[in-house]
Design a protein around this ligand. Structure first.
Ligand SMILES: [Zn+2]
Length: 354
């Protein structure tokens, strides 16, 4: 089968590899349909290996060259004898965290924080940028006909977004600020809307991304000075207190400062964007305002059915972040290369694998 494998930075190759054999007892073999290119894949492409194991992964033994792709939909082609929740022919999406049974965090449904956790498409033998993949049963999420293959491929980044909404404590009527609208920020905006937020303020310095987000219902998009946005937020919140929650998706100093400024006393800031440089934070203000500061890292894999139900209901139109579609052959030239260009304003490029 054809598979896009990471060999080194700027060295992805469309290799011929043998497809997975008969699945192990608790595994399923998948025929991949659609696979998204994620920011993590891009980081690996430009500067990797970062998360990709150079030495065999301590739990599953995978190491580079590795088939990329952790955001994908697929059809189940065969299942191991112990598999009970899915059967050949089912359309599924994957949530990629590979949990080690018995681990302290895994037992508490916090497996994304375990040092032993691997990831399909990053620290595993198979990924969504190959025609077939084998994964444990616990990593597949069935979806109904009403959910498209493309929507299915967006389940993983959608899980990150909904996890952030939960972490930020967004409930019906909440006022929310979102900084940075790459694919995750855009999904967070859609998820905030689905969660019933009453006011959603978005800060995005890139004009064409702003234009895209302005098409989302119920989202007020800003790009000017932070001071102007803080003023606008105060004007539009009860007693000028600021937003109940901020979700920082840019990984940027200015954006973090804006969140500290714009969040009301005793509100919450959820940090989703990953910083390259270590930011400074005004801890005096964090204390004085009684802010809750929470770090977000992936999601728990039990979110799957809830996400599928949200997408199927039409209230979480995740497909709105798709801005490009390529074949597996074109994935490097028209996917990875395009996304690394500074002037690109893409949100999500999907690879049609089948
Ligand atoms: Zn990802």
């Amino acid at each position: 089968m054809k598979a896009l494998r990471f060999h080194n930075a700027r060295d992805l190759r469309l290799d011929d590899v043998s497809p997975p054999q008969e699945p192990l007892a608790d595994q399923v073999v998948l025929k991949v349909l659609q696979c998204g290119i994620c920011g993590a894949d891009l980081h690996e492409y430009v500067a990797g290996p970062i998360m990709l194991p150079v030495k065999p992964h301590p739990v599953n033994g995978a190491k580079i060259p590795i088939i990329l792709g952790h955001e994908f939909s697929a059809t189940v082609s065969s299942v191991g004898p112990a598999v009970t929740t899915t059967k050949p022919g089912d359309r599924v999406a994957i949530l990629p965290h590979l949990m080690k049974l018995g681990d302290y965090y895994v037992r508490r449904n916090l497996g994304q924080f375990s040092a032993t956790t691997g990831l399909v498409g990053l620290a595993w033998h198979w990924g969504g940028m190959g025609e077939f993949a084998a994964v444990p049963e616990q990593n597949v999420v069935k979806f109904p006909d009403i959910v498209s293959d493309e929507q299915g491929a967006l389940l993983e980044p959608s899980a990150v977004a909904v996890n952030a909404i939960d972490a930020a404590g967004v409930v019906v009527g909440s006022t929310v600020l979102i900084t940075g609208t790459g694919p995750i920020g855009a999904l967070v905006a859609l998820a905030a809307r689905a969660a019933g937020a009453s006011k959603i303020f978005v800060y995005e310095p890139n004009a064409s991304r702003r234009a895209r987000l302005a098409e989302f219902d119920g989202v007020a998009v800003h790009g000017g000075s932070s001071a102007d946005l803080v003023e606008a937020i105060q004007e539009q919140t009860d007693c000028r207190v600021g937003v109940d929650a901020s979700i920082e998706c840019a990984g940027h100093q200015g954006a973090l400062d804006l969140c500290v400024e714009a969040t009301r006393r005793t509100g919450t800031i959820a940090q989703v964007g990953l910083f390259v440089d270590r930011p400074k934070i005004d801890m005096f203000k964090v204390c004085e305002k009684g802010l809750n500061l929470v770090g977000c890292w992936g999601n728990d894999i039990t979110l799957g059915p809830r996400l599928v139900a949200m997408i199927a209901s039409g209230r979480f139109p995740v497909e709105r972040i798709i801005t490009g579609r390529v074949s597996l052959k074109e994935a490097v030239s028209d996917g990875f290369e395009t996304l690394t260009r500074k002037d690109n304003d893409h949100l999500k490029i999907l690879i049609k694998v089948d």
